[in-house]
Design a protein around this ligand. Structure first.
Ligand SMILES: Cc1cc2nc3c(=O)[nH]c(=O)nc-3n(C[C@H](O)[C@H](O)[C@H](O)COP(=O)(O)OP(=O)(O)OC[C@H]3O[C@@H](n4cnc5c(N)ncnc54)[C@H](O)[C@@H]3O)c2cc1C
Length: 484
């Protein structure tokens, strides 16, 4: 039986999958493609997360697509506006018509003889199994498990009489007005939730084991808004994008070169916001250096305002046990709670959980080395979109999509059927994929591929360098094997 065949199958219709669709139809117009999306809606992260206050924690000039200007005055945007932007982008370019919703990809098997992937899909509620084939598989499935977030085991949760929810599972029926709320966590989700819940709750306590670096930035970018008022839309957007890329790179570079100075800058600013009597050292001064873990961004200092107003507070301590009415801490203090929100992170997942085989052999991604942060040693015709950890996700995705298109055009031009990264230089040594000390990375680092000690195996996490290495470097580089 002949199966429906595509030149390219994209997995996932979030920011990355829509980006892939745009590049494929613009730069490889003769190639057939479809996007397989497991859910019934597009948008991925921006459709899944529904907790109060959900917003970006990087600016939209860099989280938005270079080909579709972000025109709202808010640079730090709320989740519904980002979702609308993604829907409008998909509609404007007809990408939405290429999406097959309710198609969960379970497995992909490469046959070198046929030079194609056979993709096993579970379709719809009935979970009917169908198969499709493609010449190139482009995984744009994000980096975490949609089924469940990460919640550590806490003593005594079964005794707790209030409600407990992970932000990934937030639903509209969760009441917090007038309630005592404890948000466990200190990452981007916790600092987003606390000021928003504090608007209506009786009190919100952010309970953290250890502090995170928090930086306040204006929600509206005055320069970007001025540029948009005075220049053509695309020109203004391009300038704002590069301005923010360079600002981000400068801040990251300074954090690596002069960590003590940057630490002081950040904590002095918080002291200025919260006043001299607030214990900034205890609640806002992490044990690690800035950018050893992701730095959290708060728009217009909203978290600090919530603390100053008395509607929210921070407690830095360890949980001893849940009790009937709240949480008892190691210090002996007890936090009364009607609602506990476990903003304790995501469960990471590689390649959207798709089981990959090459000529019948199962691929263990952890045993591979990543090529330019997008392909994997000895795995032909497969790329994945994984964004930056120190800048907006879309910056790297856009470069990856453009590179995949260059690769596809090269294959077509030379009559090649496959391309496979091979480590043929013994001096390239394997290194961990990411040097972040964050818990969510360290918990899952064993699932991830390695990076190599030098190009094209090295992950630079640097948009300017990647623009050169992905935008201009020749695709025939000695590390990629091409076969007819
Ligand atoms: C709450 C939150 C806020 C964030 N804020 C920012 C931010 O401000 N800036 C930033 O740079 N990053 C941010 N991130 C990271 C964020 O996930 C990325 O920016 C971006 O949204 C990822 O897009 P994506 O398309 O790669 O993945 P996702 O948004 O995760 O989309 C992946 C899609 O693939 C589908 N899929 C997965 N597996 C399969 C499968 N096997 N078969 C079929 N379909 C599948 C999913 O259903 C989903 O629709 C945030 C993350 C979270 C959780």
């Amino acid at each position: 039986m002949s199966l429906e065949h595509f030149d390219v199958l994209v997995i996932g219709a979030g920011i990355s999958g829509i980006c892939a669709g745009y590049h494929l139809q613009t730069e490889c117009p003769r190639r057939t493609y479809a996007i397989l999306e497991g859910r019934e809606k597009l948008g991925g992260t921006w459709d899944l997360f529904r907790y109060p206050g959900i917003r970006s924690d990087s600016d939209m000039y860099t989280l938005g697509y270079p080909f579709r200007p972000w025109t709202s005055p808010k640079a730090i945007a709320d989740g519904p506006s980002i979702l609308q932007y993604l829907r409008e982008t998909a509609e404007a370019y007809g990408i939405d018509r290429r999406i097959r919703f309710g198609h969960r990809v379970k497995a992909a098997a490469w046959s070198s003889g046929d030079a194609r992937w056979t993709v096993v899909v579970e379709r719809g509620d009935s979970r009917e199994e169908i198969r499709l084939t493609c010449s190139f598989l482009f995984v744009c499935a994000g980096y975490y498990d949609y089924e469940a977030g990460y919640t550590p085991r806490f003593e005594g949760t079964e005794r707790f009489l209030g409600r407990m929810v992970h932000p990934q599972r937030w639903t509209n029926d969760i009441e917090y007005a007038g309630k005592r709320v404890v948000v466990i966590g200190s990452g981007a989700t916790a600092v987003t939730l606390v000021p928003e819940l504090a608007k209506a709750a009786a009190h919100v306590t952010m309970l953290q084991r250890s502090p995170t670096y928090i930086v306040s930035r204006p929600a509206e970018d005055k320069i970007a808004n001025w540029l948009r008022a005075h220049l053509p839309e695309k020109v203004a957007y391009g300038i704002s994008r590069w301005k923010n890329v360079l600002l981000g790179m400068t801040f990251y570079g300074m954090s690596k070169r002069a960590p003590s100075y940057v630490r002081r800058l950040i904590t002095d600013e918080i002291r200025r916001q919260l006043g001299p009597t607030y214990d900034v050292e205890k609640h806002f001064s992490p044990r690690y250096n800035p950018w050893d873990q992701r730095v959290c961004l708060v728009p217009d200092g909203d978290l600090f305002d919530a603390i100053k107003s008395g509607r929210a507070s921070i407690v830095t301590d360890h949980i001893e046990t849940f009790t009937e009415h709240g949480i008892r801490l190691r210090s002996g203090e007890e936090l009364a709670a009607d609602l506990v929100v476990t903003a304790t992170g995501l469960t990471l997942k590689v390649l959207g959980g798709v089981g990959v085989t090459v000529d019948g052999e199962r691929v263990d991604l952890a045993k591979t080395m990543s090529y330019k942060g997008m392909m994997y040693t000895d795995v032909p015709n497969l790329a994945s979109c994984i964004g930056y950890t120190n800048a907006s996700w879309t910056l790297k995705c856009d470069l990856t999509c453009a590179y995949v298109c260059r690769l596809l055009n090269h294959l077509a031009k030379r009559g090649y059927r496959s391309c496979t990264p091979r480590v043929n230089d013994p001096s390239v040594s394997p290194q961990p994929w990411i040097d972040f000390s964050s818990g969510y990375i360290q918990r899952s680092i064993d699932m991830f591929p390695k990076q190599g000690s030098r190009a094209p195996w090295r992950l630079y996490q640097n948009y300017a360098l990647d623009t050169l290495s992905l935008g201009l470097a020749p695709v025939e580089d000695g590390a990629m094997e091409f076969l007819a």
